[in-house]
Design a protein around this ligand. Structure first.
Ligand SMILES: [Zn+2]
Length: 310
């Protein structure tokens, strides 16, 4: 943690300055915390005992501390920002609170779906927006984990997107126009904003009117071989699709590869996306309608949702 009360009851923020050694207490539980200076970890406070603290539950990693401090410095140049903002009525602490309405959560480790849902809902019910920014262990690679699926945001201009933090390169990264193919691989574009620039402007980018981005993906001509292997390996998703095909009196393996076009598709979630409240059904419909009328089925160009819906 970076914030604690000093002996005079003043809130100390280690992202700003490191005070002299003295007794410090946790702003949330009032228990004693120790100021630590390590060689690996930046200066931070740590509870002597976490037993009575409902707010802080674990020791933080160097990455988490470092990112909070970097973000604090970056936001304080352009906006009103508080580090480790205590929200007693929510029973939680926001890693950073920008302009009193935007909570930023620096997420460097896994957390349960239930906890994520609970925390997200608490912010929304209190009129705060929340952006989950992902540390290195949670960065998006070739496939989406179920946790990443619950950390996706959506906008008409940039489609499904995710936020990542890079402490080494000192930047906030946006992965956007995320689509998924039949192999379960994701396709997307990337934009970065250095910590020295205005991060709040960057966080608003998905909702700003802009030139439409797009990219091409070549269709996999060997898709049927892949499906055959999945069925042989009893992949439950493909067994379910084959079942549905049988009900329509057909067999996936007897279809032409063009029947699987478009191979790159909008993301779906069986339980609903945790961070997305808008109804996406028009987008899904418009998306598939657009590709039905495309002649060349060996390649697919992907656009933002606004493109398909216009
Ligand atoms: Zn505490």
């Amino acid at each position: 943690m970076l914030a604690a009360f000093d002996e005079e009851g003043k809130l100390v923020n280690l992202a700003e300055a490191v005070p002299r050694k003295q007794h410090f207490t946790c702003p949330a539980c009032g228990e004693a915390v120790r100021l630590r200076h390590g060689s690996v970890m930046r200066p931070h406070f740590a509870h002597i005992s976490l037993q009575n603290c409902r707010f802080y539950s674990e020791n933080e990693s160097a990455e988490h501390l470092g990112l909070k401090a970097e973000l604090y410095k970056s936001f304080s140049a352009f906006s009103l920002v508080e580090v480790e903002k205590l929200l007693p009525e929510l029973g939680q602490i926001a890693d950073l609170m920008v302009n009193e309405k935007l909570a930023l959560e620096v997420q460097c480790s896994r957390l349960s779906k239930e906890r994520l849902h609970e925390r997200t809902q608490a912010y929304l019910e209190h009129g705060c927006q929340v952006r989950w920014l992902l540390g290195e262990k949670l960065w998006l690679d070739r496939t989406l984990t179920s946790l990443q699926r619950d950390l996706l945001y959506f906008s008409a201009n940039m489609g499904f997107h995710l936020w990542e933090l890079d402490l080494d390169r000192r930047c906030l990264r946006l992965k956007y126009l995320i689509y998924e193919d039949w192999h379960g691989h994701v396709h997307y574009l990337v934009k970065e904003c250095p910590f020295d620039d205005n991060l709040l402007t960057f966080l608003r980018l998905p909702f700003i009117k802009q030139k439409m981005a797009s990219y091409y993906v070549k269709m996999d001509q060997q898709l049927l071989t892949y499906i055959q292997r999945q069925l042989a390996g009893r992949n439950p998703h493909w067994l379910k699709r084959q079942e549905a095909a049988y009900l329509k009196g057909t067999n996936l393996l007897s279809l032409d590869v063009a029947a699987f076009y478009p191979q790159v598709r909008p993301l779906e979630s069986e339980t609903g996306f945790c961070q997305i409240t808008q109804d996406l059904s028009n987008f899904y419909t418009a998306f598939f309608q657009y590709y039905r009328s495309q002649e060349n089925k060996s390649i697919q160009r992907l656009y933002p949702p606004a493109f398909y819906e216009k």
